[in-house]
Every structure is written in structure tokens, then in C-alpha cells.
Design a protein around this ligand. Structure first.
Ligand code: ATP
Length: 326
């Protein structure tokens, strides 16, 4: 069966003071129908730029230099703005970390959902209103009718994110891209929103790309995980395999940063030493090498994807040669 989304060789650059900076560097991945794919990595790895490139939402100083993005067989990168507008909000929708920046402060929640429904579906105002209320109920708003009359700033962060999810689902998208949807929320609300997203995804059968820096969130939500580092996908595996058998030292380090209930009280919080490089255009070898305790001379050679079993690959030559015990 063809993939719902197939990204090949996607490369995105931004204009910098000294020329172009590569932000996303030749990445390949796919999403199947009904699948949840998580993109995980530290801040600055290129997760958001990947999703904005797919959606054609890069700001003027950014541009896709290479690659193709096939969605349901159509190349999104060669579409006109008008064609893309039809796909966005209709077939692919997105929710972001901070719903306040996406919701218009001067219109009521109801107005905005109704407007979004009517822009993409041929419904009368009354029918759109009914659908908006149903959607608010579906995303767990206790007083859907009352919420319709409220302005975004009067709602809590979790409620606002529910409104965004209702809007995103209003046109029965085939793919939902959720970019750090719970980062701005407190922990209990985070769990509720993740549970809601997973339930809605299962119920509707839509596909989902979940972007997060929190690998702990991934376990209960993803089918497959892509680990990004410095603009590249450095490991990809089904979620269980990734957690049980991580190959890239960066993935392992990310997993080590997640505290578990079994940790003793005096266990120190673990962080990954060093930082994601700001610019990685001139690096030929492994981009994580500077921070990696297993670095060897061969890490400075160009890296490729090595297979580690079914649907599992990672860019680590040392691991491929069986040289480290993680
Ligand atoms: N508008 C821009 N102009 C210049 N560089 C940019 C711009 N947007 C992103 N970048 C650069 O692209 C790289 C990837 O950024 P991106 O926002 O995709 O990271 P991220 O993994 O999503 O991080 P975060 O979780 O903090 O959003 C970073 O080095 C960033 O500085």
C-alpha cells in the first residue's frame, strides 16, 4: 500500500549572516494511514522546520532547497499556494505548542470553529454551529454551548488546546501534525491532552505526526519513532524496539534523561553534556561526535544509515561494528 505521506531528501535552509544555513538536511521518512509517528529530539534539531516545510509554512527567510513531499500521491512542494491551502486545514491540519498564538483574541471560540468549518466544508451556518458544538463535546469540553460564546483568553491553557484540537479535527483530516502540543501545559493536563489525542486518532483512523522533545511522551502514543539530531534523522524504529534496543548513543542519552518511578531518591537528574551545534553545514562526520563518549576516528567519516533489524536503522558506525556496549 502506498504511504500516506512520503518525504524524500527534504532539505531546508535559512538565510544567515554568512550565507545559507542548513536546518533540515536530506531527511527521508514516511507515515502510513492510521499510523502515529513521533519525531523526537532536543530543541534546535529541526523538528518544527520539518513540519513547517511539509506544510509550506516557512517564513520568507527559509526555503526548501531539495526533496519531495508526497501526500496521497501529490507533491506538496510543487503546489500553488491556492492548492496548498486546500490541503492545509482540509486534509492535513496542525496544532502548535501555544494555542493563544493560533487563536484570534477578538473572536469567540464558537466563531472561530464555525469559520474554520465553513472555510473547508459546504455547511450552512446553523449546521456548522452544530458541528462545532459536537466537536467541543468530543474533545471533552464540559459546557460546549457556553464555551462557544467565550473568548480564548478566558480559557485555561488545557481548554485552549482542546479548542485547537476541535478546530484541527473539524474537517476530518487524514493527517494531524501536533508540534509540542503539551509543552506549555502542566503535567496532569499534558497527560489528559495526550490521552485525548490518542483516543481521537484511534477513533477517526487519521494519521498523526507528534513532534516533541520529551521522549517520555512517545512511549504511550507512537507506533514508530524518528530521532532527530542536528537536522538529520539519526535513528528510526518501531516504538517498542527503540525503547528496548536503542542503537544510537544520542537516542540512549535521550532515554537516560527520562526519570522513572524506580529511580532512587538520590539519583541525579541526567542531562546530555554539550549542546546541539548551531550550524552543521560543514560537518562531514557524525554530528553527535563532539558529545559522544564512544567517539572513534571513523565517526569523522560521512555517516550513513545502518540496518539493525526489521524497520530499525541508525546512523552510527561504531554501533554497527558492535564496538560499544550500551
Ligand atoms: N526563521 C529562522 N531563521 C533562521 N534559522 C532558523 C529559523 N527557524 C529555525 N531556524 C534554525 O533551524 C534549526 C532547527 O530549528 P527548529 O525550530 O526546527 O528546531 P526544533 O527541533 O523544532 O526545536 P524546538 O523544540 O525548540 O522548536 C535551528 O538551528 C534554528 O536556529
Amino acid at each position: 500500500m502506498p504511504h500516506l505521506l512520503e518525504v524524500q531528501g527534504l532539505t531546508t535552509v535559512f538565510a544567515g549572516d554568512y550565507g545559507k544555513n542548513i536546518s533540515v538536511d536530506h531527511i527521508d521518512f514516511h507515515v502510513d494511514k492510521g499510523e502515529v509517528v513521533c519525531i523526537v529530539g532536543e530543541s534546535g534539531c529541526g523538528k518544527s522546520v520539518t513540519s513547517l516545510s511539509i506544510m509550506g509554512l516557512l517564513r520568507k527567510d527559509g526555503a526548501v532547497m531539495n526533496g519531495s513531499v508526497l501526500f496521497d500521491g501529490k507533491n506538496l512542494l510543487s503546489m500553488t499556494e491556492k492548492e496548498l491551502d486546500q490541503v492545509r486545514g482540509n486534509e492535513i491540519t496542525m496544532i502548535f505548542q501555544d494555542p493563544l498564538t493560533s487563536l484570534n483574541p477578538v473572536f469567540t471560540v464558537g466563531n472561530q470553529i464555525v469559520e474554520s468549518i465553513r472555510r473547508h466544508m459546504h455547511l450552512s451556518k446553523e449546521d456548522a454551529k452544530m458541528r462545532a458544538e459536537q466537536l467541543l463535546l468530543k474533545v471533552g469540553m464540559p459546557d460546549a454551548r457556553g464555551t462557544m460564546r467565550k473568548y480564548p483568553h478566558t480559557l485555561s491553557g488545557g481548554m485552549r488546546q482542546r479548542v485547537m484540537i476541535a478546530m484541527a479535527l473539524s474537517c476530518n483530516p487524514k493527517l494531524l501534525i501536533a508540534d509540542e502540543p503539551t509543552t506549555a501545559l502542566d503535567v496532569t493536563i499534558q497527560a489528559q491532552i495526550m490521552k485525548l489525542l490518542k483516543e481521537l486518532q484511534e477513533e477517526t483512523g487519521m494519521s498523526m505526526i507528534l513532534i516533541t522533545h520529551d521522549i517520555g511522551l512517545v512511549a504511550s502514543t507512537a507506533d514508530r519513532v524518528l530521532v532527530m539530531y542536528a537536522g538529520q534523522i539519526i535513528e528510526e524504529a518501531p516504538v517498542k524496539e527503540l525503547f528496548e534496543n536503542p542503537k544510537h548513543p544520542y537516542t540512549r542519552a535521550l532515554l537516560d534523561t527520562v526519570p522513572t518511578i524506580r529511580d532512587s531518591a538520590d539519583r541525579q537528574l541526567i542531562s546530555i553534556p554539550g549542546m546541539v551545534p548551531e550550524s552543521y553545514d560543514d560537518r562531514t562526520g557524525c554530528r553527535f561526535a563532539d558529545r559522544c563518549k564512544y567517539r572513534r576516528p571513523e565517526c569523522d567519516n560521512p555517516q550513513k544509515d545502518y540496518g539493525f533489524g526489521v524497520n530499525h536503522k541508525a546512523k552510527c558506525v561504531v554501533m554497527k561494528e558492535g564496538g560499544i556496549m550500551l
